[in-house]
Write a protein of this length. Structure first.
Length: 315
């Protein structure tokens, strides 16, 4: 019986591996690398750039389960006429390389700093971060204030939520040292259907764009290595924020936060409200908005970024 069980498990694992390889090939063909590759600290960072090379820079940082394409249909078209818009894949997401220790917010911020140093030659940029990307943006402002002209945070995760809860069960499984590799191979099996239904939940109560799944490249997330990288980010996040949030009063750059009043992914009371006690910031509360304010309120977000940007004539 033990032998038959072992054979069945091995066969299932083999089948899952074949399926994940086929899925990865399909989704990578559908959403190929379209930006430039910037070597930072010995690792490749994938950066989609739009707008004039000589214009003031804006760096957009995506959240969990996403990639740099998150901004190509909403913010980039509204900014690229006046600014150099950089959309970078976080390490292990999209087409950027993963590395040991990349789950640390400081490590991700360092990669973003390297992108700015090389692409903009160290010129100060406005940093906009969505959700998890908001935490990375805050860390960049803490560790490299010389590179940050201002922050625009979109439904950001900012603090240890402190309610005793952990991360989602599938992230715990995928982040495990050994079994996580096997578990992550199964992500392309049930993941696509679950992700499509999850998109509506993330946008709720606002409607999701009908072509979001097709234009955002979110399917890249279900590649086993990407899925595992995201899981490790998420399982480390609570402790990372507990340490990072103590430092927020150090931030001197101007900060604007967009918060959906009906965000079901991150509680504004546990994050934005606490950040407001530590920093002077402009808070924009959006009624009837969920976790994706840069879609339904892209004009307002782009305007906030523009106000903070250092234009060529004022440098």
């Amino acid at each position: 019986m033990i032998v038959e069980t072992a054979i069945a498990v091995s066969a299932l694992g083999f089948a899952a591996g074949l399926n994940s390889a086929a899925y990865s090939a399909r989704v990578e063909k559908a959403f190929p690398r379209e930006g430039m590759v910037v070597p930072v600290n010995g690792r490749d960072m994938h950066v989609i750039a739009r707008g004039p090379e000589t214009a003031a820079p804006v760096l957009l940082i995506h959240g969990a389960s996403a990639n740099a394409r998150e901004f190509t249909s909403n913010l980039a078209p509204r900014l690229e006429g006046d600014f150099r818009v950089l959309m970078a894949d976080r390490p292990g997401h999209g087409w950027s390389q993963r590395f040991a220790g990349a789950e640390r917010l400081g490590a991700q911020a360092a990669q973003m700093a390297g992108v700015l140093e090389q692409v903009t030659r160290g010129q100060k940029a406005v940093i906009a971060g969505h959700s998890f990307g908001g935490a990375v943006a805050l860390r960049l402002a803490l560790d490299r204030p010389d590179l940050v002209a201002g922050l625009v945070l979109l439904a950001p995760v900012t603090h240890d939520w402190g309610d005793g809860s952990g991360t989602a069960w599938y992230n715990s499984f995928a982040a495990a040292p050994v079994a996580g590799n096997v578990f992550s191979q199964a992500a392309p099996l049930a993941g696509p259907a679950q992700m499509r239904s999850g998109v509506a939940s993330v946008f709720h109560p606002a409607p999701a764009p009908p072509d979001y799944y097709e234009t955002s490249g979110v399917g890249l997330f279900l590649r086993p290595a990407n899925f595992r990288a995201n899981a490790r980010d998420m399982t480390a996040l609570k402790a990372e924020l507990a340490a990072q949030s103590i430092r927020y009063p150090e931030i001197t750059a101007p900060v604007t936060v967009f918060s959906g009043s009906k965000d079901r992914v991150l509680s504004p009371k546990l994050h934005t409200a606490r950040l407001k006690k530590q920093l002077k910031l402009d808070l924009v509360i959006l009624p009837e908005e969920g976790h994706m304010p840069h879609h339904g309120h892209a004009d307002a977000v782009a305007s906030a970024i523009s106000r903070l940007a250092i234009r060529p004539e004022t440098r």
